[in-house]
Design a protein around this ligand. Structure first.
Ligand SMILES: NC(=O)c1ccc[n+]([C@@H]2O[C@H](COP(=O)([O-])OP(=O)(O)OC[C@H]3O[C@@H](n4cnc5c(N)ncnc54)[C@H](OP(=O)(O)O)[C@@H]3O)[C@@H](O)[C@H]2O)c1
Length: 355
């Protein structure tokens, strides 16, 4: 730990990105356990100033020197940058909390959700702890609570994913496309939206304004997408259920931030809605908002900017007394990325004796 403050030094690598900016807000809102907070990004951003804890801090370019003297390094950068630089930070003595997909399935890297498997963060042979993907994180706190009581056997999930899941470029693309279609009669004949949007599809394969796109990530075997494989593999790892049956379809929708999911969860034995509601009502990090008769269920418009996993539409499957149907919403930039990383970093700091 750095001698001059007595408090650990934190580096935020990728401080200028979509996740990094939310991280700075969270660091400004949470208990101030850190000594120096060092902001790091690409050389393009060096010299820019960003606000954290009410102070303007200058961004420095990622380098070995920038990573020295760091106790905890949060990485909020693309996979290839994390793959290269997270081991450098670890070799220089930092505990890395990595938000990218680079190490999540490495057996020597724990994949941690503090409400579900906090103990896993203590064993980190490579000095790296991974933060799960935002789609998995948007549902796993609620599912972890139900699993602890009922024993999860199978998940069938469809996602309705926000464009900020694809970073700043995703948000910029939706906003630009919305400006092209706003106030028009588009959306009434085949291809009219596509023609209006032209080539400006950004990180997406199709127009996302006035549209629904059944694709996120890159192509994997047998027609599955990388995002779908992440939800399956990461849910299994976090819950410690290597054989969990998981079927996922990931869909992009024209929402800025907050991933939503419909979940069909099958358990070991019969379940009741009453007990499921009690569990969800008391689970840390979960808000049950479920009174459809009064129009009460979570939607991204209300969930954005909040921390918990919101659950509504809790029903028992009509044809299977062992299964529940749920609608779940979570802010993909907060719990889905920055908040979970901050919580892991706080666990590590507590272990280092800072709390
Ligand atoms: N968006 C989400 O919902 C979400 C959720 C969970 C996990 N993640 C993961 O979190 C990571 C960051 O995602 P994001 O959405 O915040 O991406 P983003 O908005 O594109 O930001 C990328 C960040 O990485 C920095 N960076 C890029 N190249 C760099 C380099 N060569 N050296 C140093 N820094 C570099 C950028 O700095 P400059 O500004 O200087 O270019 C920026 O700060 C990704 O691995 C992503 O998969 C994202």
């Amino acid at each position: 730990m750095t001698a001059h403050t007595g408090k650990p030094t934190l580096a935020v690598v990728g401080a200028t990105g979509a996740v990094g900016r939310v991280m700075l807000q969270i660091l400004s809102q949470h208990a101030d356990i850190w000594g120096e907070i060092r902001l790091i990004a690409s050389p393009r951003s060096a010299g820019r100033k960003l606000a954290v804890r009410g102070e303007e801090v200058e961004v420095v370019a990622l380098s070995e020197e920038a990573l020295s003297g760091v106790d905890v390094a949060m990485f909020d950068v693309p996979d290839e940058i994390a793959r290269q630089w997270a081991p450098v930070a670890a070799a220089r003595g930092a505990v890395v909390v990595d938000n990218s997909g680079a190490f999540r399935m490495d057996p020597d890297v724990p994949l941690v959700v503090p409400e579900v498997n906090p103990h896993a963060a203590r064993s980190r042979p490579r000095g790296i702890v991974s933060n799960p993907n935002c789609t998995t994180l948007s549902m796993i706190v609620a599912l972890g609570a139900l699993h602890a009581e009922f024993g999860l056997r199978e998940l069938v999930v469809s996602s309705y994913q926000a464009v900020s899941g694809a970073g700043r470029a995703g948000v910029d693309t939706l906003r630009q496309q919305l400006s092209l279609v706003a106030g028009t009669e588009l959306g009434t004949s085949p291809g009219d939206v596509r023609r209006a949007v032209g080539d400006s599809t950004g990180p997406f394969s199709e127009p996302v304004a006035l549209n629904v796109v059944p694709w996120a990530g890159s192509l994997r075997e047998d027609g599955w997408s990388s995002e779908e494989m992440k939800v399956r593999d990461e849910s299994r790892k976090i819950l410690g259920l290597p054989d969990l049956r998981v079927a996922v379809t990931c869909v992009r929708v024209p929402v800025v931030t907050v991933h939503s999911l419909t979940v069909h969860a099958r358990f070991e034995g019969e379940v009741t809605v009453g007990r499921a509601r009690e569990i969800l009502d008391t689970a840390p990090g979960v808000v049950l908002f479920d009174n459809p008769g009064a129009g009460e269920f979570p939607t991204p418009a209300d969930v954005v900017g909040t921390d918990p996993t919101w659950v509504g539409r809790v029903r028992r499957a009509l044809d299977d007394p062992t299964a529940l149907e749920l609608f779940v919403c979570g802010d993909n930039l907060r719990k889905g990325a920055a908040l979970n990383s901050a919580q892991i970093a706080e666990l590590v700091a507590a272990e280092l004796g800072a709390l």
